[in-house]
Design a protein around this ligand. Structure first.
Ligand SMILES: Nc1nc2c(ncn2[C@@H]2O[C@H](COP(=O)(O)OP(=O)(O)OP(=O)(O)O)[C@@H](O)[C@H]2O)c(=O)[nH]1
Ligand SMILES: [Mg+2]
Length: 404
């Protein structure tokens, strides 16, 4: 009898400690989730592997990751790369976007997923100069097929460097607005262009990746992509890939070429011998012909932007002040750098990727590509060989045969 009672007491003791431990366990874990995700997206976020990062590389510290058990590998700030274990390139989609553009980025993501990524499951990184809303995170995490991370841009990557005369910058904006230069009066647009030129690839959330595909709101993907584009870039030793090329508004980059020429003089070693100068200049470097790759779509190497040559070039331009005193775009900056500092054969035109960013389209002119890709675009709307495009120039410079 006494033995039975003492057994019961022991069982009761064990049961109550178990309940007590469970309560403590659950309460600490729900706190971790709320801290990371905000309560409204907690469950979806856990399922998809969402993290949020900004000035701190990863809000989730390693210990918190451990507490999350099975999901820990999604959260570890220093993990090598999603897909690493499968031998895939360390690649991601990266999208700089405002909360207000949620319903414009959703169709862009959905098309990238349906035409390509549902078969490859590369992760997404969303960046913003202000925190993403819970709604944004909830909606976006619902349509991506892989993991997703949301990052805040560090203040120093989205503000005036101390050598910029802000009054002079304001005057320049006013003059450009009066002259109806597109985005000429916009301050955020300039921070955006400077960020895309010199900082997105330094964001802590991109550290673990070597490749990216840039995705913008209100864009379309017209054709199935049945191969791994990142692997293709890697295997073919490509560094920069584009779909649309076009001429820049001269009024936005008045001194960009002169500044670049000074840079070339000071750093001749950074200029590639077998470069693509002929794509950006019709007189062997004397003047810029305004041709550039439209950077709203890019599949490219992050390591190129991280290289000494590009970093030095960006810093040189940044010191010159043209991101603020003029309205230098990231597209001509990226393109001039790629054309001068890469070998011709490291730049790739994706003729097979049907793509639209208003108001221009890249629609495969080659009938075989068009039909095999189940493309939903009208080939008559292809911009590649139109007057304002630089497609013809790209084909010429690279000795490519125009499709018939
Ligand atoms: N978070 C954030 N993203 C921005 C801001 N301004 C622009 N972007 C993003 O930067 C990229 C380029 O901006 P866009 O407004 O598309 O500029 P654009 O492509 O030259 O011009 P349109 O698309 O024709 O308006 C897009 O991915 C935008 O989402 C901003 O102030 N904050
Ligand atoms: Mg755009």
């Amino acid at each position: 009898m006494a033995v039975n009672i003492s057994k019961r007491i022991i069982r009761l003791g064990l049961l109550s400690s178990f309940i007590l431990l469970s309560v403590v366990f659950l309460s600490t874990h729900s706190k971790v989730n709320e801290f990371i995700f905000g309560s409204s997206v907690a469950s979806d976020a856990v399922a998809k592997g969402i993290t949020e990062g900004g000035e701190k590389p990863s809000i989730v510290d390693k210990n918190a990751s451990k507490d999350l058990g099975d999901y820990a590998e999604h959260f570890a700030g220093d993990m090598e790369s999603t897909g690493d274990s499968e031998g895939k390139p360390k690649a991601c989609f990266v999208s700089l976007v405002r909360n207000e553009a949620l319903w414009d980025i959703v169709p862009s993501i959905q098309q990238v997923e349906d035409r390509f990524n549902r078969n490859y499951k590369y992760p997404w990184v969303f960046l913003n100069d202000v925190p993403f809303t819970d709604e944004f995170k909830h909606v976006v995490s619902n349509i991506v097929s892989g993991s997703v991370e949301f990052g805040i841009i560090p203040k120093e990557h989205w503000s005036y460097p101390n050598w910029i005369d802000q009054e002079k910058a304001a005057k320049a904006r006013q003059e450009m607005a009066e002259n109806n230069i597109i985005y000429g009066g916009s301050e955020p647009y300039r921070h955006m262009c400077r960020f895309e030129s010199g900082f997105f690839w330094r964001h802590p959330l991109l550290k673990k990746f070597n490749w990216y595909w840039r995705v913008e709101p209100s864009t379309q993907l017209y054709c199935d992509i049945k191969y791994d584009v990142f692997k293709w870039m890697q295997e073919h030793k490509k560094v920069y890939g584009f779909t649309i090329s076009i001429r820049e508004y001269e009024a936005t980059i008045k001194t960009l070429w002169e500044t670049t020429k000074q840079f070339m003089k000071e750093y001749p070693n950074y200029i590639e011998k077998d470069n693509m100068m002929a794509f950006i200049s019709d007189d062997n470097g004397k003047t810029y012909n305004l041709c550039h790759f439209w950077s709203n779509f890019e599949i490219a190497s992050l390591d190129f932007w991280r290289s000494d040559r590009y970093k030095t070039y960006f810093e040189y331009l940044d010191k010159a002040g043209g991101f603020f005193y003029e309205r230098w775009g990231d597209a001509p900056v990226h393109s001039i750098a790629a054309a001068l500092m890469l070998r011709k054969d490291q730049i790739h035109y994706f003729a097979d990727i049907g793509y639209h960013h208003p108001p221009y389209s890249n629609c495969p002119a080659d009938n075989k590509l068009w039909s095999e890709g189940r493309c939903s675009c009208n080939q008559k709307n292809d911009f590649t060989f139109e007057g304002y495009s630089c497609g013809t120039k790209f084909y010429e410079v690279n000795g490519m045969k125009r499709p018939t």
